[in-house]
Write a protein that binds this ligand. Structure first.
Ligand code: S3P
Ligand code: PEP
Length: 454
């Protein structure tokens, strides 16, 4: 498969859409669930068939890593087939594991590698090499593994795993499903009970999928809305087929674009509706967005539905900090929606945005300011002075900083703004949403004005 290269850039000039968006689409498979499906299938005994796997760059890196660790992974039509090795049975990789742009791949894999008795080395692209790893290496080192990172706790890092991992008892200092999952994955090959406490509930795909693979996971809810997760190791995973729902974080882009363009009327089929992922839908409804769920059902153990979206006049919103984990990747595109709303919006508690593929707090401010929107940061909150439907001047040049969500947010902004928006590079969209531009064009977005690559 082709791999993203930091030197092949794809600029795009985005012009206002001539009409509203119309049509019915499916978005690609959920990225979080896709990473986990490959990892858990590799840790299971037997053969797992995965339907709807996201074939984005981030997930393909995870597939490569699990192959390097001894799993057999192949594509059969549109299905992916994994012959697993079993917990504790992965083998030492004979080369560096390159996780590309993916924080989820790197953090979750650290948990697996820490509790296997061999050595490995992990790296990533320039974006991933700038992201903090201490949040996983600090707790995981307590299970007996040893990590040698660069001096500032960044990748590349060497991991000396242990075959006699101690179970961890850890309270997360930040709301992070990646850290929670890394600890649970390490616990699969530890001797005894692993306990992870999260002060705010984060996406629970790891807990759900472990149960699906036959591992008893106990969850208690704390009085202040947090959760404690218990897992008994060593655990045995039995191969079970997986169906991956459409990614609500990817759906966010066509959803916001349709809301901002009058006369839009679209349906997105089969979106994952796990309640720990639907903060954006709640927020857009609070803003007056015309969003209707149809055909709600359970598929592959996760709630899914079809979402009907119509162009809407939006009003400003005040988003509480405790909603952040349920929409953490959606803030850049929500900020775009707020720019076209009436009144000043306040998005609270966004500290974690500073450590994503880019500093998304700074990058979102730059994205909006370049197109004539007044926006400011107060502590960890972002305040956006909305200009009203169709009133954002546009004309900005956007630096996407190796960040797929920024590139897609800039495209949504450009589709609804007055003047063309100049996006420096759209290549990283392939990490999570291959053919995003093709799908938007299918809805009538008319994204064609590619500038010359330089
Ligand atoms: O566990 C996961 O699959 C993810 C968790 C989130 O990261 P954090 O755990 O850092 O919040 C999210 O931003 C990321 O895109 C996917
Ligand atoms: C933060 C993201 O992903 P990751 O942490 O896996 O790089 C994202 O997809 O927005």
């Amino acid at each position: 498969m082709q791999r993203l290269s930091e030197s092949s850039i794809r600029p795009l000039i985005v012009r206002r859409s001539p009409s509203g968006l119309r049509g019915t689409i499916n978005v690609p498979g959920d990225k979080s669930i896709s990473h986990r499906a490959l990892m858990f299938a590799a840790l299971a005994q037997g053969r797992t068939v995965i339907k709807g796997l996201l074939e984005g760059e981030d997930v393909l890196r995870t597939a490569d890593a699990m192959r390097a660790l001894g799993a057999t992974i192949s594509r059969d039509g549109s299905d992916w087939v994994v012959e697993g090795r079993g917990v504790g049975q992965l083998r030492e990789p004979d080369d560096v594991l390159d996780m590309g742009n993916s924080g989820t791949g790197a953090r979750l894999l650290s948990g697996i590698l820490s509790s296997h008795p061999f050595n490995s080395v992990m790296t990533g692209d320039a974006s991933l090499r700038s992201r903090p790893m201490r949040r996983v290496t600090a707790p995981l080192a307590e299970n007996g593994a040893c990590f040698v990172t660069r001096r500032d706790e960044r990748l590349p890092m060497a991991i000396v795993g242990t075959g006699a991992a101690k179970p961890l008892n850890y309270r997360l200092p930040v709301a992070s499903a990646q850290v929670k999952s890394a600890i649970l994955l390490a616990g699969l090959n530890a001797d005894g009970e692993t306990r992870v406490e999260e002060p705010v509930a984060t996406r629970d795909h790891t807990e759900n999928m472990l149960r699906h693979f036959g591992v008893p996971v106990r969850v208690e809810t704390t009085t202040d809305g947090g959760r404690v997760i218990f897992l008994q190791g060593p655990a045995h995973l039995t191969a079970r087929d997986v169906i991956v729902p459409g990614d609500p974080s990817s759906a966010a882009f066509p959803i916001v674009a349709a809301l901002l363009l009058p006369q839009s009327d679209i349906v997105i089929r089969g979106i994952g509706l796990n309640p720990l992922r639907t903060g954006l839908l709640t927020t857009l409804r609070d803003m007056g967005g015309d969003l209707r769920l149809e055909n709600e059902r359970i598929e592959g153990g996760e709630p899914v539905g079809d979402l009907h979206v119509r162009g809407s006049d939006l009003r400003c919103v005040d988003v509480p900090a405790d909603r952040a984990p349920s929409m953490i990747d959606e803030y850049p595109v929500l900020a775009v929606a707020c720019s076209f709303a009436n009144g000043t919006s306040r998005l609270r508690g966004l500290a974690e945005l500073r450590v994503k593929e880019s500093d998304r707090l700074a990058a979102t401010v730059a994205l909006l300011e370049a197109s004539g929107v007044v926006v400011r940061v107060e502590g960890d909150d972002m305040l956006i002075d909305g200009l009203g439907a169709g009133q954002v001047p546009g004309g900005g040049k956007v630096a996407t900083r190796m960040d797929h969500r920024l590139a897609m947010s800039a495209i949504v902004l450009g589709l609804a703004a007055g003047q063309p928006v100049d996006v420096d590079d759209t290549a990283f969209i392939d990490t999570s949403f291959p053919d995003f531009i093709g799908l938007m064009n299918k809805l009538g977005a008319n994204l064609g004005g590619t500038a010359d690559a330089s």
